[in-house]
Ligand binder design. Sequence first.
Ligand code: SF4
Ligand code: MG
Length: 327
Amino acid sequence: PPDALRVRGLSVSFQMDSGADVAAVRHVDLDVPRGQLVALLGESGSGKSVTARAVMGLAGPGSTVTADEITVAGTDLRTATARQLREYRGTRMSLVLQDALSALNPVLTIGDQLGELFRVHGGVSRRVARARAADLLGTVGIPAPARRTGDYPHQFSGGMRQRILIAMAIALEPELLIADEPTTALDVTVQAQILDLLGSLRTQLDMGVLLITHDLAVVSEVADRLAVMYAGRVVEAGDADTVLSRPSHPYTEALLRSVPQLEHHGADLFTIPGSPPNPARVPAGCPFHPRCHRAVEECSTVRPQPVSLAGRTVACHQSEVMLGEHV
Ligand code: SF4
Ligand code: MG
C-alpha cells in the first residue's frame, strides 16, 4: 500500500503585518510508512506544528503552502478542494493536540461525542453508535469502557482524556494520525503510557503515526524513524536506531545530550546555548552555526545541502567528521 504520508518540497510562509512573507517551513521532505511511528523533533518554533497543519489543510489565514507532493495514503492533497479536505480529516488523516480538556465538549457524554462520529459518517443507530463507542474506548485502554460511555470529560483524568481524544481521532480509521505534543501536559508515567498506546495502535491498525515533539526522551523507545527540524528545515532524518546511535548532525547530537539519562543522574544536564532563530532573520550559511560547537568557517556562508550518508539524510558540513568519530 502507499505510504500513510509522503511530502516533498513542502514550504509554508506567512504574510506579516508589514506585508513581508516569512518562511516557517522550507523544502521539507517527510515519509510516514503505514504501520510505523515517525517522530518529528525539534525545539519550539522549528516548524513542526506548521508542517502538521499544512498537511491537514489547516495552515491558516495569511499562509502560502507550496509543495511538489503531499499525499495521504496515495491521495493527492494539493489538488483537493476545501470540501474534500474536510471530508478527509477524520477519515484519512487525523490530528490530536495536547489540550484534551478544551478539545472535548464538556456538556456531552463521551459516548455521545464518539457515537456522533459514527452516526454522522456511518449512518448507524444511536444504540449501535454507543456500542461502537464503548469498543473504541476499550481499544484505547479505558478500563470498563461500557460503564464509562455515560460519563462527561471532567470525570476522567488528564491521561484518560488524552486516550479519549485518540479514540476520536482513530474512530473513522484514518491511514494517518498526527499527534502534536500529545503528552506535554501529562506527568512522565502517563506520557509513557500514551506513547505505548500510539505505538501499539500503529501496528494494530496498520496506521502511520507522525508524533511531533520537542522531547527526544519520549521518542527513543517508540519511534521507528525520526526527522529532526531546525529553522524550518529537516536537518537529519532516518531510521531511529541508526540516527540515535550515531547522530551525524550537531543539532541531533545536542538534542540527545540534553536528554536526562538515568546512569548520569547527578551530572549537569546539557542545554543547547542560545535559541532558535526568528524565522524572519535566519542566519546565512547553516542556520544552526551561531549555536554549533562544531562550526567551521564555511558554516557561516555556505548552506549545507541534504545528502544521503550512512543510512540517513543529513545536511551538515561536518557529518562525515562526526560519523568518523563514532567508529
Ligand atoms: Fe554545525 Fe556547520 Fe554542521 Fe551547521 S553545517 S550543524 S554549523 S557543523
Ligand atoms: Mg508546536
